[in-house]
Write a protein that binds this ligand. Structure first.
Ligand code: SAH
Ligand code: SF4
Ligand code: F3S
Length: 480
């Protein structure tokens, strides 16, 4: 099949940040190309999303565009005329999952030549992956990166019209496109992007390449979206960005993250959260916002990544262990009840036992309420991937196991504090394993299961906790 490489992934190009050039905000309405408008009615699409909340939000936008073009959504892969794998590149195992799924889609494609298979998301930012897909995965018709979602319908038009494989990794301009249509996967919880991209360039991380330069949305547009969600009865908004508290630093005239947080909370939507904070950009104004607005949920995700100063420096994290510990002390002094979670990577190149013990020391000192733990995965093109590494994988996995054990012991003890207490749970739905049980999250983000009527889904219920576990709480509806 003919190949149409509109723009190939290029790590050198995406590494560059053009801070002098002002970001354009585009308010044009979506145009549906004729051929797509003709083809779409009667065709069904399915998007499978991997990775983080940014990808979930991207799925909603892609769905909005496809519905507006006239496609309908299906959950049955066999009925789909268009399948999009919306991918994550953060670690190798995330990519393996996608490649495995693509393998299993091959026979679907062989039996249905009209089926279009597209791969979107962060993997398309990586030259090695795009090469692999072009050379070995001939079932793929279209590849488009995170910055190319706005052009999805135009690329589908090319695939239909020219019967060619289209690759559009990331266009050069850093526009923010505001008026793309979008669905919402939940009718009571919503993600709101406040910024795109990341300029931190932690040495292990692929995200600044796959999502490009940091671009903050205008606070006016963000607030409009939040107010609209509030008017539609949404109970919870999570403000999204790879580095939310750097919000606004790329804008000439706008507001800081702390001020934005206050104005979003002032809409009085019942619950406001945000993800992810970087310790380096954490300001006192954020703490003030928490003190001023009780609808800012008492939960903070603050990745530390490692405890050793030597490793933190190699990671390019811009803080030392004591800076982090001091920040936690300051946060807890002002907000004693806030739950704190983190991300930790073990097995960064040449991490010694001593380095690793520094991570364990932070875990013991901070006593996190939850944590996401990862074994370092080299990402092609990042500075860390070029660092020689003499630590055997077995040592890394042993460290990983002892880290998880340490965290679990702490979290188990900490979770006992919920016993006998009544907590407020925003009810998400019915538990997978038991149709009698509902589940949802407390204000401080603990997963909670309890028995109750389905009519509670989407509302905030009071639940008395009678059993506490590492990863969840069990309780019963509080009649009071
Ligand atoms: N922007 C967010 C999230 C980035 S990705 C932040 O800065 O916190 C989520 C987590 O994946 C990171 O916090 C980090 O712990 C982990 N991660 C990123 N790159 C990784 C890699 N190459 N290997 C292992 N874990 C990685
Ligand atoms: Fe990756 Fe660091 Fe940016 Fe987070 S802050 S997305 S870890 S480069
Ligand atoms: Fe993965 Fe991209 Fe998110 S790499 S973690 S989907 S930003």
């Amino acid at each position: 099949m003919k190949k149409n490489i509109i723009n190939a992934p290029d790590l050198n190009k995406t590494r560059k940040r053009n801070l002098a050039q002002e970001v354009r905000i585009i308010y044009d309405e979506l145009v549906v190309p004729d051929i797509v408008q003709k083809k779409a009615p009667g065709l069904k699409f399915l998007i499978l999303t991997y990775g983080c909340q940014a990808n979930v939000r991207d799925q909603e936008v892609m769905e909005g565009m496809l519905l507006q073009a006239g496609y309908t959504k299906t959950n049955n892969i066999k009925n789909a005329a268009l399948i999009i794998l919306n991918t994550c590149a953060v670690r190798e195992n995330a990519e393996q999952k996608v490649l495995g799924k693509l393998g299993s889609l091959k026979s679907l494609k062989e039996n249905n030549k009209d089926l279009i298979i597209a791969v979107s998301g962060c993997m398309i930012g990586e030259p090695v992956i795009v090469d692999t897909l072009l050379n070995k995965y001939h079932q793929v018709d279209l590849m488009f990166g995170t910055n190319e979602i706005k052009n999805l319908l135009n690329y589908l038009a090319k695939v239909y019209q020219n019967k060619e494989v289209v690759v559009a990794a990331n266009d050069d301009n850093n526009d923010i496109v505001e008026l793309l249509p979008s669905t919402r996967l939940s009718s009571f919880k919503a993600y709101v992007n406040i910024m795109y991209g990341c300029d931190k360039f932690c040495t292990y991380c692929i995200v600044p390449y796959t999502r490009g330069q940091q671009r903050s949305r205008s606070s006016v547009d963000i607030l409009k979206e939040c107010q609209d969600l509030k008017a539609r009865g949404y109970q919870e908004i999570t403000l999204l960005g790879q580095n939310v508290n750097a919000y606004g630093k790329d804008l000439k005239q706008d507001i800081s993250f702390g001020a934005l947080l206050k104005s979003v909370a002032a809409t009085s939507i019942p619950r406001v959260r945000f993800l992810t904070s970087h310790p380096w950009d954490f300001s006192d104004e954020i703490l003030e916002a928490f003190l001023e607005y009780p609808n800012l949920m008492p939960y903070l995700h603050l990745p530390i990544q490692a405890g050793s100063d030597r490793i933190l420096t190699l990671m390019g994290r811009r803080y030392h262990k004591n800076d982090y510990l001091n920040l936690i002390t300051k946060i807890r002094l002002k907000l004693p009840h806030i739950a704190i979670s983190t991300d930790i990577i073990v097995g960064f190149p040449n991490e010694t036992d001593q380095d690793f013990m520094e991570t364990i020391d932070v875990v013991k000192k901070v006593r996190f309420d939850s944590a996401f733990t990862f074994i370092y995965s080299p990402r092609d093109g990042t500075p860390a991937a070029r660092m020689p590494d003499d630590v055997p994988y077995k040592t890394k996995s042993q460290r990983f196991i002892s880290l998880v054990n340490e965290l679990e012991q702490i979290i188990e003890v900490k979770s006992q504090q919920y016993l006998g207490k009544t907590v407020k749970v925003l009810v998400d739905g019915v538990s997978k394993n038991d149709p009698e049980m509902l589940n949802g999250y407390t204000e401080d983000n603990k997963l909670t299961h309890f028995k109750g009527p389905k009519t509670l889904i989407g509302s905030i219920a009071k639940v008395r906790i009678n059993s506490a576990h590492i990863h969840y709480l069990l309780g019963e509806l509080d009649a009071a």
